[in-house]
Each structure stands twice: as structure tokens, then as C-alpha cells.
Design a protein around this ligand. Sequence first.
Ligand code: IRN
Ligand code: FE2
Length: 617
Amino acid sequence: MQKQPVAISRTPFPASEKIYVSGTLHPVKVAMRKITLTDTRIHGRKGDAVPNEPVIVYDTSGPYTDPSVDIDVTRGLPRLRESWITGRGDVEQLPQYTSPYVRQLQQKGDNMPGMSITAQPLRALPGKNVTQLYYAQQGIITPEMEYIAIRENQYAEKYYQENSPLWHQHPGNSMGANIPKLITPEFVRQEIAAGRAIIPANINHPESEPMIIGRNFLVKINANIGNSAVTSSIEEEVEKAVWSCRWGADTIMDLSTGKNIHETREWIIRNAPVPIGTVPIYQALEKVNGKAEDLSWEIFRDTLIEQAEQGVDYFTIHAGVLLRYIPLTAKRTTGIVSRGGSIMAKWCLAHHKENFLYTHFEEICEIMKAYDVSFSLGDGLRPGSIADANDAAQFAELETLGELTKIAWKHHVQVMIEGPGHVPMHLIKENMDKQLEHCHEAPFYTLGPLTTDIAPGYDHITSGIGAAMIGWFGTAMLCYVTPKEHLGLPNKEDVRQGVITYKIAAHAADLAKGHPGAQHRDNALSKARFEFRWEDQFNLSLDPETARSYHDETLPAEGAKIAHFCSMCGPNFCSMKITQEVRDFAAREGLDEAAVLEAGMQDKARSFAEQGGEIYQ
Ligand code: IRN
Ligand code: FE2
């Protein structure tokens, strides 16, 4: 049976246009999305139409939403960073992949239709270090750093000037004294140099647009894809990635298991405008036919090199699952829930030996620094239930991750730390505090956390609550959870639900952190809402399609898009409409608004009393 070809989602967002802002230090062109708004038209106000400034938003969708870019998924995206990387003069091009496994694949030929594996990967020249951390510590501002500064700085300056110090120094915000007035390339460099932020940017992934993960920047979100046992086409795999970043995923983790892992990953990386993360132990396990006890350092090492040469930007490595910590999980309600964690625990117990990821950690650093792959130190012992939150096993591992952070930094390898999991709200803060203390301020990257276990089918919400809280406290990246968590493989709609839920959590955290400029989009949307500019309200929202379709469910007529009410309250009970009438009345009569409101209130009070003063009559 012939399968229908899968179309890659390329439709631009409504009223939106891709713009590119140029750098001043480097020839960078930073992609952003400009949303055009309609004019304000308020009856009774002087001058009938007041134009509204377009709103520029952070854009993770890549070239897919730029109609002027020609995209052929078998060739991959334009290689944005290539000249920056080769221009530094510290890399060499290898004649072929060094991994014998990949060469075997290449000899087999096209075992999957689509892209052929012909890459000639780059590697650091002997004795050179090509990590962004190394450059930052040398005082070098890379094009990647300038790109990020421009990308993160939208509206920051304007809002800092308008609202500081009242708002940004509110005791509730968590950025405290670190709050940047302006996100400059130099500020980015300093944060990277201090290890407080990372730029996942493998030299073999030049297609990716630079982004930063750190608590003094916008909170980021990751979407997990892959997992499919049967894949049928390059378009299908690429579309999963494109779909995730279309809705706002800042990074994507390819967690594919089963057959054709290498090819699937090749398709994803070559077509991904965002950094790609993986858990290399998954592929290593496939190479030993799923038998954890048959894993070895040699097989793992070869897998690391294979994936580093392919362009994976960060690796989840469960090096903190130590042999002596495993007994600490014995009495848990849900034991070890991390896949990588359970694989390593099984290996440790089968051999009664220390975790080879821990004993070979320095060698792992040596490999990663030659390509600038960042560590995402895995939380193999994270709690998998409310009952197991913040227990001895979890925090013992966290301390080891802190110890490993120092080793990675010695090699100038960038590091972030993975965190839980399942944690009730009152125990969330302790996770952030302990992470900062033990891991020397390396960025934290958490999975939710889920704040209760009682809502399978709604775990994007149980975890979105925890994600918003921990983001506010300082977590730099939030790993999404979809409604299918614990139940099955997410479909496209689940992925969208997961991404949007996490965009909400991340943005709510940005506001509460006091991130300068974060509020601009809220203000624009609220103004549109108050002025009944329905189109603008839809277009400014995270998911314009859903906003529009919900509105149209009850008021589908075009005329309703300019009506001064919606079907929630109807025309006579719309508070915004009444407020508007009060304002218009005041303007007409030359009164001040507060006085009119006060007079109106007294009038209402009088008639309420006259009617007998009963609420329900
Ligand atoms: C994030 C924070 N803690 C765990 N994660 C993510 O969980 C991790 O990055 C990966 O995408 C996913 C599965 O990891 P395990 O189950 O192998 O630990
Ligand atoms: Fe879970």
C-alpha cells in the first residue's frame, strides 16, 4: 500500500513576517517574527484610528516559516554557522566518519530511502579546544554569543528603563542582583565563562540557530521526539521536529530507539534549526541487542564519537548513578524510573562494578570537547512519584553531578544538570536550592516536575504547574511532558499541547523572574483584548489557530471579529465594554474617569438599596 507523503508544515503564522536583525560585531542575521497589528479605533476618542506598533517575538521555527527559503529535506537546511566555525581556524575536516559502525552502515548503502550518509565531519585540530566555554574564558565574543544577545534582548532596554526598579527589583523575582539591564554580547560571554549558561552548538550542526540555556536568560523548553519503532519516510521524521519547533520548542531531544537510529537522526539534525540532544546509551543498548549487561565502555565510546561527528549538540549522560546509590532506591514506591538510569543500574549490578560513565568521565570530556558537545548530566535516580520526591537517592546523585561538573569544566566542556521528575509543590524550591549549591550554578534542566500523580491523561498540566514554579526559582530549561505521559506515544496534537503548555510555564516564569522585556507581549495582547481587536488578540497568542477556532465556535460571523463582546458574557455583561463606555462618557463630558466610576458606583448602590438590598431576589 502506498503511504501518503507527509507535508512539512511551512505556513507562516497569521499576520506574521520573518525579519532578520543584523549584528554589529559579526555578520550575524538574527531571525525573529514580526506580528503586525491593526489600528485602535475607539468611538468618542479624538482621532479615530491610532496605529499599534508591531510586536516582535522570539522565533524558534527556523527557515520553515520564511517563504523565501527553498527547503529540500534530502539536502538539509542552509548551514548558517559553517563559515563562523571554519573561520576560527581551529578545526579539521575528516575524510570520513571515524566510527567503524557508521562505515559499516555506509557500505550497506541505502538501507533507508532519503538522505545518504556522506558527511565529512569536522573535529578540533589536535591541541585545540573548540567549546563556547573555552572561547568565553579567553575573552572571545563569538558570533554565536552576539546572535544570542540580539535574540534575547528584544524590549529589555525599553522595559528596564520604564519599569525599573519597581518591577524588576520586586522581592518575588528570582534574578535578584543578576538582573541584566541590557543583554549585551559581553553579558552573554560572562555568563558562559562562569558556567552559569551554555550554548549547545556542536561544530557539526551548523544548521542550528544559536540559543542559550541559563537562568539569567529566557526560560527555554525542550520537546522529546522519536521513539517510533517503524519509521517510513524522511518527511515523517523531519516533520516531527519541524512541528515541535514551530510551536516553540527551543531544543529537541531525539529519543529514537529501535532500527535505523543513525539515519533517522541524520535526517533530523540536517533539518533542525534548534539544538538536538540525545541519550547515547539508548543507541549503545541497541548495539548489544538490548542486553544492558553486554554494554561496555568501548561500545559506548564509539557511539559517542558517532553522534558527536553527526552533530548532536548535547548528550544526556547518566554518570551519577553510582553503584552504592542503587540500594537507596530499594524501598521506593516507583524505584528507578529513568530509562538511562535503570540501564546503568542494571549494568552496575550485573558486573558489581562502578558505572563506566563515571570511571571514564575524563575520556568522555576529551571526546566532547573536540566537537563542542554539551553535557546534560542525567538524573538517573530522579523520583518517579510524589512518594519518592527529594529522597536520599535523588540528592546523593545530585552531589555526584556537582562533582562531575567541576571535572567537565576543567576540560572547558559546557554542562547543564538534569532534574526531576515528580515533586509536590512544597518540595520544589529545595530542589533548586540544592542544585545551585551542589552544582556550582550550572544551569538546571528539569522534567516538569509533576506536582501530583492522580491525573494520567493530564500530566502536561500536573507538570506544567511544577515547571512554572521551578522556572521561576531559576531552572533554565524545562523538558516538556505531553498529555500521553505514562500512557503512550504522543501524536502530533499531544506534541502541540505539550509544547504550548510548556511555553506558558516558561513565559510565566520569565515574568516572575523579572526578565526584562518579557511583559511586552502580555501588554500588547491585553490592550488588544480590551479594545476588542479580536484578530490582534488571536495573532498575538501562542496558538492563534486554537484561539480563533474557540472564538468562532459560538460567533463565527466575520462581524463578530469587531464586536465589542464575546459569547462568554454576551453584549450586556461585558466588563470591558462597560469600562469602555465609562471612559467614553468621561471623555465626552470632560470628567475624570475615577469620578465617573465613583458616581456610577453610588448610583448602583442607591438602586440596590432601593430594591431591598437582597442579592438574590
Ligand atoms: C530532563 C530532566 N530530567 C530528565 N530529562 C529528560 O528525560 C532527558 O533529557 C531525556 O529527554 C528524558 C529521558 O531520560 P531518562 O529516562 O533516560 O533519564
Ligand atoms: Fe513519571
